[in-house]
Structures are given as C-alpha cells and as structure tokens.
Design a protein around this ligand. Structure first.
Ligand SMILES: Cc1cc2nc3c(=O)[nH]c(=O)nc-3n(C[C@H](O)[C@H](O)[C@H](O)COP(=O)(O)OP(=O)(O)OC[C@H]3O[C@@H](n4cnc5c(N)ncnc54)[C@H](O)[C@@H]3O)c2cc1C
Ligand code: SF4
Length: 514
C-alpha cells in the first residue's frame, strides 16, 4: 500500500472506513490497528499547525511528537496499510476535508486521552472506540472512586495490584508489604558510578523535522534535539531493555535523589514516559518485562515495587483523576495565586539559586527532569511564590517531552501547586531548603544558606516556605496534615524580619534579579 499526503487519493480506492490516529496513539497493537481491513480502510494522521503555533514550545517536545508520528505512519505504509498523512492549519480543517472527499465512509477513532480532541472528533461524527493504551478504563476508575470515601492513591494502587495480579503472593503482597517507599529516600551517594545513558541515532526523518521546526516556528525554546530520545518503537524497546539492564536495580532507593545534571541527568529513572504516553510502548509490556527481569534474581523488591507503583499506580491514577474531575479542573485556583511566571523559567542562568539554575537548564537541554525536581523544586517554587496555576501549567506543558493534558493537569494542579484545595492530595508539597539540601548535591555550590530564613543570604526556599505558611495560616491550620508546621510559626522570633525578607525575595524573583 502507500502513504498519501493529499486528497483525493491517487489510487481512487473506495474507502469504507477512515481510522483517525492521534499523535499520542501510536500503539502498534491497539484495537484500531488490529481490526483494520487493509484493502478498504484508510489510516488518517493529522499534523496541525494550530497546535504548534503561538506557544513557546520546547523544540524537543514538538520534534518528538512529530518525528514519532511520521516514523510510525511510514512504517504502517511500508507494512501494507493505506495511510493519509495530512498537514493542515487545524484538526477541524483536516477532518472537514476528509469528510468532503470521502462522505460515504465510516469514521472511527480511538477515544482520545484528553478533552479537547475528544470534542473535535465527536463534532465531526467520529465513532469512538475504547482507548486501550491504559490498563484501567476511565469508567473503571470512576466506579472505584465512587466506592471510596477518600481518593488516596495508595488504596487505588493496592486495588490495582490485586486486580492485575502483579507482585502478589496469593491475596497478600509479595514480601508482606504493599509499599516500600520508606526504603526509597536516599540522597545521591558519594562516588556512585552512574551508567551512561543510551544514545539514539538520528535519521533522515528526524533531521527533516528539526529543520522544518526551526524554519517555521522562530519562538521555540530549548536546545536542538540531541540523542536522548528515540522516535521509533524499536528505539523505545531498546530504551526499555537498557533501563532493565542498567538502572532497575538501583531505581527504588535512589528514586528521589537529585545529583547535579553534570553528575547524572537520568539518575536511575527509566526515561520511558515519552513512549508510554505516545503509545510506542504499552504499560502492560513494560510491566511484564520488568517483572521478568525481577524474576531473574538480582533486583531488590524495593526497586521493582517502586517501579510497578509508578506505572500501575500513579500513571493510571492520574489518568482516572483527569477524567473524574472534568475539564474545568485545570482552572482551579483555591490558593488565589496570581503572580506571573518568573523570568527564570525561561532564562535559568539569571538566577543564583543553584538548584533552580541547574534544573531549569537541564529542562532546556533535554525537556526532561525526574519527578522530584518537577515536584520539590519547580512546582514548589511556583507554589511558594504564588504563581498563577494555569500559567505554570502552561509552562510545564510546553517544556516537558512527556506532557499531555491528561497527565500534566492533575500532576500540576492537584499535586504540584495544590490549586484544588486538596481534592487530589491532602496536603501541599511545600518544602524549604532543608529538603533540597538533604536530597541533592546543589546546596554546597550555592550562594544561599538553606539553614537560615531571614538573613540576606538565606535560601529563598526556606524564607518562602515560612512565609507561605504564614500567608495561608488560617486555611492550613484546619488541615491536620500540615497544622503542626503552621503551629511552628508561633515559635519564630524573627517572623517580622522574615516577612520583610520574603517581600524582597518575591519582588526580586519577579524582576529576575535573584
Ligand atoms: C509536577 C509534575 C508534573 C508531571 N508531569 C508529567 C507529565 O506531563 N507526563 C508524565 O508522563 N509524567 C509527569 N509527571 C510524573 C513523572 O515526573 C514522570 O512521569 C517521570 O519523571 C518520567 O520519567 P521516567 O519515565 O524516567 O519515570 P520513572 O521514574 O522511570 O517512572 C516510570 C513511569 O511511571 C509513570 N509515572 C510515574 N509517576 C507518574 C505520575 N505522577 N503521573 C503519571 N505517570 C507517572 C511514568 O509513565 C513513568 O515513565 C509529573 C510529575 C510532577 C510532580
Ligand atoms: S541553598 Fe536553596 S536555592 Fe541554593 S541550592 Fe540549596 S535549596 Fe537551592
């Protein structure tokens, strides 16, 4: 068969069904591909300019999305499918064009993972098939949520372990404990040898995409793609095997550690989120391979349990929460945060805060850092400085390689900046410099002191942590998970001085001079 880039199709075939494939649905084994009739069906991909223009995207994020879709569509064409790859000003315009050219064909699509495309497809008369790229259908999650008083992730995770029969010994968790997180909080060890990351060769399609993006969108942020990210299923599978061979063993204990990027930017994380999120890998196959590797013998339970919890727990939970809380959830702002995005989020070299400088520079270089810098440094900074949650959400969505609405909205609004008043997580993840100092190697080289709070060289995180509790004293004193820290304010003898220092820190962060 062949790959077409315009309509009408040159082969003049009668198309019985058009099957739309979104750029985050590149699953080679999904139902929409498996149930295809090669002779009479058409697979439709749309590259929409509307989605690329206007925002300050990280070039690597767009590169990854587009190059993966172009590779996948060409692989399908080479395997005998009829593929139409349209470049258009918008999804709507492309779908309308297809409808006009093929008015009598049926239109089907896999249910999109996020709200916006869902609506567009329904408006154009597409029948939606179940999204089988997750382990838990959103209706299943809704049923679970309806049966519970609290939406604690840990309870969902345990139910998943039982339902999917993963790391179970009969009806009990393997090893007798559900969660070994308390073993998984080590800082970066001294003299640790971090494995080299896997490099993915760039090919002609990759080169073509980088060139086109640079020419068409002058406003892009970040460094050009290097060899960190694969854009094919075979590359994604190599990444999975590399992780199992070199990182899974130490994954658990060092999961939260933050060395400086020059020591290791990957730490022992899998780097699989981009491929899980665009469909090149399925969570089931990742779990099956990880369990098989564990069964070979030298992987500690704390590492395999920690990894399994991320995939069948957190990932599926966040997807369920996104659909449960609805489209308006992204607009929550219960802490009434209104500050504009700080300049350091686009110009990291301007800040003297060593941790922030290193982490945002790392995002600039690769469009990725692991969950602790995302949560305890970037989101923590947004939370403590009171950045408008939607502005921060937009920045995170623009710059991370693995960002999609369904995953970024709950992670930022619910977990990162507590804008939902505790609907998802019961307490804000707010922390001063002491946490960052304990879990990272950043503070030793920093001009600020994480141990003091109201001096001119006090760590901005420490100052702002106390100031944040002070500003929200009334609402947090009712929250039993943080009330004790709030009571700590009464013991501070330097509160007035601290408030003054906080005002200065906030103003200088907004000016881009701290
Ligand atoms: C504020 C914030 C924003 C985040 N935004 C995203 C995002 O846009 N896209 C994204 O995929 N992850 C997001 N995460 C979760 C997590 O940071 C990334 O999944 C992880 O860093 C990806 O790297 P990895 O594949 O090496 O992950 P590993 O540490 O190796 O974990 C394995 C897998 O678990 C899954 N996972 C773990 N935690 C989460 C979570 N909280 N939500 C969803 N999946 C999870 C991912 O698929 C990941 O690939 C966010 C976390 C925070 C705190
Ligand atoms: S002292 Fe504060 S600003 Fe400096 S690296 Fe440590 S936590 Fe970051």
């Amino acid at each position: 068969m062949a790959l077409y880039e315009s309509l009408p199709l040159e082969d003049g075939a009668q198309i019985s069904t058009v099957r739309f494939i979104a750029f985050d649905q590149l699953g080679h084994d999904s139902k929409i591909i498996r149930s295809i009739d090669k002779a009479s069906d058409l697979l439709l991909f749309v590259e929409s300019d509307e989605n690329l223009r206007g925002k300050r995207w990280h070039i690597q994020r767009l590169f990854f999305l587009i190059s993966s879709a172009r590779h996948f569509s060409r692989e399908l064409a080479a395997a005998g499918y009829r593929v139409l790859y349209l470049r258009s000003e918008s999804f709507s315009a492309a779908l309308a064009k297809v409808d006009a050219a093929l008015p009598n064909s049926m239109k089907v699509a896999m249910e999109p993972a996020s709200f916006r495309l869902h609506r567009t497809l329904l408006d154009h008369g597409y029948r939606l098939l179940e999204n089988d790229l997750f382990l838990t259908a959103k209706e299943e999650f809704k049923e679970w949520a309806a049966s519970k008083k609290s939406l604690l992730m840990e309870n969902f995770y345990r139910a998943q372990r039982i339902r999917l029969n993963i790391l179970m010994d009969g009806d009990q968790p393997l090893g007798g404990t559900w969660n070994l997180d308390h073993d998984n909080r080590l800082p970066p060890p001294k003299n640790h040898i971090w494995p080299e990351y896997l490099r993915h060769e760039r090919d002609e399609i990759d080169g073509e995409v980088i060139k086109e993006l640079r020419a068409a969108y002058p406003n892009l942020w970040g460094d050009d793609p290097d060899q960190s990210w694969a854009t094919t299923r075979s590359g994604a599978l190599r990444q999975l095997e590399h992780f199992l061979a070199h990182h899974l063993k130490d994954f658990g204990p060092l999961e939260d550690a933050m060395p400086r990027a020059e020591e290791s930017w990957q730490v022992h994380h899998s780097l699989l989120s981009p491929y899980l999120n665009n469909g090149l890998l399925h969570p089931r196959e990742v779990i099956d391979r990880a369990i098989a590797r564990f069964e070979e013998g030298d992987i500690p339970l704390s590492s395999i349990e920690g990894f399994v919890r991320q995939i069948i727990g957190w990932r599926e939970y966040v997807y369920g929460i996104y659909w449960l809380f609805g489209e308006e959830y992204r607009k929550e702002n219960r802490l009434r945060a209104t500050r504009e995005l700080l300049p350091l989020f686009h110009e990291p070299k301007r800040t003297k805060m060593a941790c922030v400088n290193d982490i945002v520079s790392s995002v600039e270089k690769r469009a990725w850092v692991h969950h602790i810098p995302r949560l305890m440094v970037l989101s923590n900074l947004a939370l403590l400085t009171g950045i408008d949650p939607e502005e921060f959400l937009d920045w995170m969505s623009e710059v991370f390689i693995d960002a999609y609405d369904w995953v970024m909205v709950p992670n930022v609004i619910g977990m990162g900046v507590h804008a939902d008043g505790g609907r998802m997580m019961t307490k804000p993840y707010a922390a001063g410099g002491a946490y960052i100092s304990r879990m990272s190697n950043h503070c030793k080289g920093c001009v600020f002191d994480p141990k003091t709070r109201s001096e001119t060289d006090s760590c901005p995180f420490t100052t702002l942590y106390w100031d944040f509790l002070d500003r929200h004293r009334e609402e947090f004193s009712k929250n039993h998970r943080i009330a004790q820290q709030v009571r700590g304010l009464d013991r501070l003898k330097d509160l007035d001085q601290l408030r003054e220092r906080a005002r200065e820190v906030l103003s200088r962060l907004s000016d881009g001079t701290l």
